[in-house]
Design a binder for this molecule. Structure first.
Ligand SMILES: Nc1ncnc2c1ncn2[C@@H]1O[C@H](COP(=O)(O)OP(=O)(O)OP(=O)(O)O)[C@@H](O)[C@H]1O
Length: 285
């Protein structure tokens, strides 16, 4: 079994929004960055993986187990960080630990205490007295402390300052090092995904638009800046989307090496995940 998570033809219908045949995998030993604009369907997909919502159809397997038929077992294996803090304001870390010990068979108090120390989270304050970043770190500490095989992180780095964010990214990368663990992380901070993701899955209006290895995307794609005349010379297959601005055309290219070979004078810049997203959503075809 190579995949930690397999999603096949997931459909969910809300009255004004649909997840449409969402399919993708999270291979073991990898970090999959899940991107898309507000309302694209990321949280809905993650909730379906956690079996927190009723889907219309589709199959989701966690470590080869059906997530509805073997819900209890699969939940043991998943560490979760959802947007916003789920712990009651009046709790301290000790109370949370007791709660978690009653939920998870593998709750590891000493691991939890190690993370509290590492993340500089005070044990004598209540959740109410924690800052937004501290609450986020607390959730990450809890998610990591019951020996999960898979982490599902919904906007887990938002609200963290750049230094703490980098620290968390290191923790995530360490988590997958043994090739048995895997992470699915949704984030609007696409620069984080530039750093740590192995694959990028891009959802737009409930449909998967792109599902690719990050290196393939970043090494293959490029942005061509050119005049309208030069743009008109391109074949449709040579570009993905274009955007027009006051200086000319910006064109997202599929294969920058091939393009440079064909048009020796062409200036093609590298591309970031954020730019890819913007071209797909706001560019023209
Ligand atoms: N319980 C619900 N009932 C009806 N519609 C819902 C419900 N939950 C989510 N939706 C709708 O589903 C769509 C997708 O929402 P979702 O939270 O999955 O987006 P997202 O990609 O996570 O967005 P964001 O980046 O803003 O968190 C939205 O149009 C939202 O209004």
């Amino acid at each position: 079994m190579m995949n930690a998570i397999e999603i096949k033809n997931l459909n969910k219908n809300y009255h004004d929004f649909q997840l449409k045949n969402v399919s993708f995998n999270v291979p073991k030993g990898s970090i999959v960055g899940f991107i898309g604009e507000n309302g694209a369907g990321k949280t809905t997909t993650l909730k379906a993986i956690l079996n927190l919502i009723n889907r219309d159809n589709g199959i989701i397997e966690i470590l080869g187990m059906d997530n509805t038929k073997e819900e209890k077992k699969t939940k043991e294996d998943i560490g979760v960080v959802l947007d916003g803090c789920n712990f009651h304001d009046s709790l301290k870390t000790g109370d949370i630990s007791k709660m978690m010990a009653s939920i998870y068979k593998n709750w590891n108090l000493s691991a939890f205490q190690r993370y509290l120390k590492k993340f500089e989270l005070p044990e004598n304050k209540t959740v109410k007295e924690y800052s937004r970043g501290m609450k986020m770190k607390l959730q990450i500490a809890v998610a990591l402390s019951h020996d999960p095989k898979v982490l599902i992180l919904d906007e887990a780095t938002s609200g963290l300052d750049p230094i703490v964010r980098e620290e968390m990214l290191d923790v995530f990368m360490e988590f997958i090092q043994d090739e048995e663990h895997a992470i699915l992380i949704s984030s609007h901070i696409t620069s984080d995904l530039d750093k740590i993701a192995d694959y990028i899955v891009f959802i737009h209006q409930g449909e998967i638009l792109l599902n690719e290895e990050k290196e393939t995307l970043l090494e293959g794609m490029g942005i061509l800046k050119c005049s309208e005349d030069d743009f008109r010379k391109l074949d449709k297959e040579e570009y993905i989307r274009y955007r027009k601005n006051q200086f000319g055309f910006e064109v997202l290219i599929n294969d920058k090496l091939a393009l440079k070979k064909k048009y020796k004078e062409a200036i093609v810049d590298g591309v970031t995940i954020e730019e890819i997203m913007l071209f797909y959503v706001r560019g023209e075809r």
